[in-house]
Design a protein around this ligand. Structure first.
Ligand code: GDP
Ligand code: MG
Length: 718
């Protein structure tokens, strides 16, 4: 509030205002804010405490503001309370401001009940209203004002809010003639009321004409409450002192309770009833915090926290891949039906192949992932909306920090085992840009589920008895590489100070269906849009590279050979021979296609590892999408119908093409080399094209070096 300076025009009157209230309810703050910390401050030193005074002008009126020491009651005898009581008894103040802690009204109002009986003009401020509100306390100020018989103003003394209203109320009250102020009569039970009226009758006899009804009632109550100061003042009236003493004794005796506490009980009863009327406590925030604390005791438990977390992760992935398999299968069948349906309407030829193999199958390959994505994001949304996701970061932060990672990087990393695309997108939960970038860049090293078929194929072909163990080893290499890359990237590439971050632990909430759906919906949309485009373009490109050029000069006249084979009398032998020839023709066609030529030109790069042109083509196709690798082998080894990884024919064909150590190197290469196009698109979107380029170069270099090392040292050892 802006206090006017002392040079204001000569005021018509002076109002003395006293600030009364419990300690720490904000009186001094209010005093400083009201007076603008300017104006003279007068000190009235008494014993150990003092009354501060400040003079300022408000709306042309001179205000003498007094900051009294904090008191809880007017009856007890501490120095602070005596000073406060003396000031109040002397009725030096024209208006009192009773400062109440709005969040602690039960306690604040005890003093108020005593002030009420004094009948002074009082403005009530509900101070610290900000804290009360955040505790869920709502107060009906209108009702409270009518019950206290004086204006009630909500204030925040810290931020100087509501102060003008306080001063306006003060001015208004000061203008009111004293007899217009209706004192509130606190009712006591009949025994107390009896004693009060006895004392009161005697008082009016002893002080004829000196006191009105209200004042004599107040003094009677004070005397019965054992106010030693007032008792001393009436010391000469032996008769009165004796009456009070006997009344106090009788009351205490018949109720087995001290007279003081009977009065106190009555006051608390009044407060209780009053607050029931005017106060609503929204218990939800408090209850929710308590529930949250309870749940956290379990979920963030030092020993149990991590196992529970791992259990929930297991549940998430298990449900994602088991539940997702059904709709994925339906979609797969649906896409095939659609493709066949469309195919039956179209004339045979290139356009039909393009639509069926290039477009519909390409889009289908994306949509098949959608159920997995939706289920995975359902869990992520549940974890995030309930508040658990924030806790996982808390649980894992220390472990993750060893690798220069943020606790929040864990979820995206684990998601990477499913698919790197949503995983890269999920890094958005990490606030620190630096930590987020590292999490994005290491994610492609997490072996996504689309890489699995290639591992199954190769380990089945070369390490038949230990196939399972080999696949496990691939996952271990995957994790080790990701963590190693994290250390490297955070120390060398994406350097920067270790940002401290606030580990906020929001209260647990029941997620709303709406929030879950929005969460899933936006992620699913992102996924389809990003991956969809890439896959369609990618599959059309591969299809094109594989189909062209059309005019291939075959080394053998396959047409003639096939015609000859068809003359074989035995039907089974005939069809086998025809199929064999057709596969050979297809193999040669692909070898001489653009795709084959690209493979042949790249193969020399892998001379150390010993990958041939077919491996090179598979590697290139895997850049489009990892699941294409096995399909490429199927085409290239002339096992077009044996595209599945389990195919024995394909395994036999591959087994002859390289040594086991080369196969192991190839698996490591396929694990680590360039992210697929969709992931590249995701990285570009999250971190920019230069970081996407970095990711490709970095992973290619790593995959190449590691596979070269394996072949070189493996060769030496064997
Ligand atoms: P006094 O003992 O009654 O004089 O209280 P003070 O003025 O010294 O205030 C006690 C504490 O409460 C100080 O830390 C103030 O900053 C704080 N405080 C005072 N008024 C408010 C308020 O309206 N809201 C909040 N949040 N804090 C307040
Ligand atoms: Mg103070």
């Amino acid at each position: 509030m802006k206090a006017e300076t002392k040079s204001s025009p000569k005021p018509s009157k002076v109002i003395t205002v006293g600030l009364v209230g419990n300690p720490n309810c904000g009186k001094t703050s209010l005093f400083n804010k009201l007076s603008g910390s300017q104006g003279s401050i007068g000190n009235y030193p008494r014993v150990t405490v003092e009354i501060q005074e400040s003079i300022f002008f408000y709306k042309g009126v001179e205000i003498r503001l007094m900051d009294l020491p904090g008191i809880y009651s007017l009856t007890s005898t501490s120095p602070e309370e005596r000073i406060g009581r003396d000031f109040l008894h002397s009725e030096k103040a024209d208006v009192l401001i009773n400062v109440l802690d709005a969040g602690n009204l039960d306690r604040s109002l005890f003093l108020t009940t005593q002030l009420l009986e004094m009948g002074q003009a009082t403005v009530y401020t509900l101070n610290m209203i900000d804290e009360a509100t955040s505790k869920g306390v709502r107060i009906d100020t209108f009702n409270l004002a009518s019950m206290l018989g004086g204006p009630v103003v909500e204030t925040n003394a810290k931020l100087a809010l509501g102060l003008d209203k306080v001063m306006d109320a003060v001015l208004e009250l000061a203008d009111k003639p004293h007899d217009k102020i209706n004192p509130v009569i606190l009712p006591y039970d009949s025994h107390l009321e009896n004693a009060i009226s006895q004392v009161k009758n005697l008082l009016t006899k002893l002080h004829p004409g000196e006191m009105d009804q209200h004042q004599s009632r107040w003094l009677s109550i004070k005397l019965l409450e054992g106010d030693d100061e007032l008792l001393r003042r009436e010391g000469e009236h032996n008769h009165l002192i004796e009456l009070v003493r006997r009344a106090r004794y009788d009351l205490a005796h018949s109720h087995d309770e001290s007279c003081d506490s009977m009065f106190a009980d009555a006051r608390y009863g009044f407060i209780h009833g009053l607050l029931l009327e005017v106060r609503k406590i929204d218990t939800l925030p408090a209850q929710r915090m308590q529930l949250t604390r309870r749940i956290d005791q379990l979920l963030l438990h030092r020993v149990l926290g991590l196992p529970i977390f791992i259990g929930l992760m297991w549940l998430m992935f298990e449900s994602t891949f088991t539940l997702g398999a059904y709709p994925a299968q339906w979609i797969d069948q649906g896409v095939r039906l659609l493709s066949d349906g469309v195919g039956s309407f179209m004339p045979h030829g290139l356009v039909r192949d393009l639509v069926m193999d290039g477009m519909i199958m390409g889009i289908g390959a994306v949509v098949v992932f959608l159920p997995y994505i939706l289920i995975l994001f359902f869990f992520i949304a549940m974890f995030s909306e309930t508040g658990y996701l924030a806790r996982t970061s808390f649980l894992l932060d220390r472990i993750m920090h060893i690798f220069g990672l943020h606790g929040k990087a864990f979820i995206p990393l684990v998601m990477g085992f499913g698919c790197n695309v949503p995983a890269v997108m999920a890094t958005r939960t990490i606030e620190s840009p630096r930590a987020r970038l590292v999490a994005v860049l290491i994610n492609p090293f997490m072996s996504c589920s689309q890489r699995l078929p290639a591992f199954i194929l190769l380990s089945g072909a070369f390490f038949a008895e230990h196939a399972g163990r080999m696949i496990f080893i691939m996952y271990m290499i995957s994790i080790a590489t990701a963590m190693g890359a994290a250390v490297f990237l955070s120390r060398v590439v994406v350097k920067g100070g270790d940002e401290s971050f606030v580990m906020e632990l929001p209260p647990y909430r029941f997620p709303t269906i709406e929030s879950i759906l929005t969460h899933i919906g936006s992620r699913a949309y992102d996924f389809v849009r990003m991956v969809g485009g890439v896959i369609v373009v990618g599959s059309i490109t591969i299809w094109f590279l594989q189909q062209f050029p059309r005019d291939i000069e075959y080394s053998v006249d396959y047409e003639a050979s096939i015609a000859q084979a068809q003359l074989i009398p035995d039907a089974t032998k005939q069809s086998m021979a025809v199929k064999k020839l057709k596969d050979l023709q297809e193999q040669e066609r692909v070898e001489k296609s653009y795709l084959g030529r690209v493979g042949q030109s790249i193969a020399p790069l892998f001379s150390i590892q010993g990958f041939d042109w077919i491996d090179s083509v598979a590697i290139i196709s895997g850049i489009f999408a990892k699941e294409v690798v096995v399909a490429s082998y199927g085409v290239l080894y002339g096992q077009s119908d044996g595209g599945e990884s389990g195919s024995a024919g394909l395994q036999n064909a591959i087994a002859k093409s390289m040594s086991p150590i080369t196969a192991f190197a190839l698996m490591v290469f396929l694990l680590l080399y360039s992210p697929c196009l969709s992931t590249i698109a995701a990285i570009t979107r999250e971190a920019g094209w230069h970081w996407a380029t970095f990711s490709i170069v970095f992973s290619l270099a790593l995959a190449w070096s590691l596979s070269a090392l394996i072949v070189t040292f493996g060769g030496l050892i064997l």
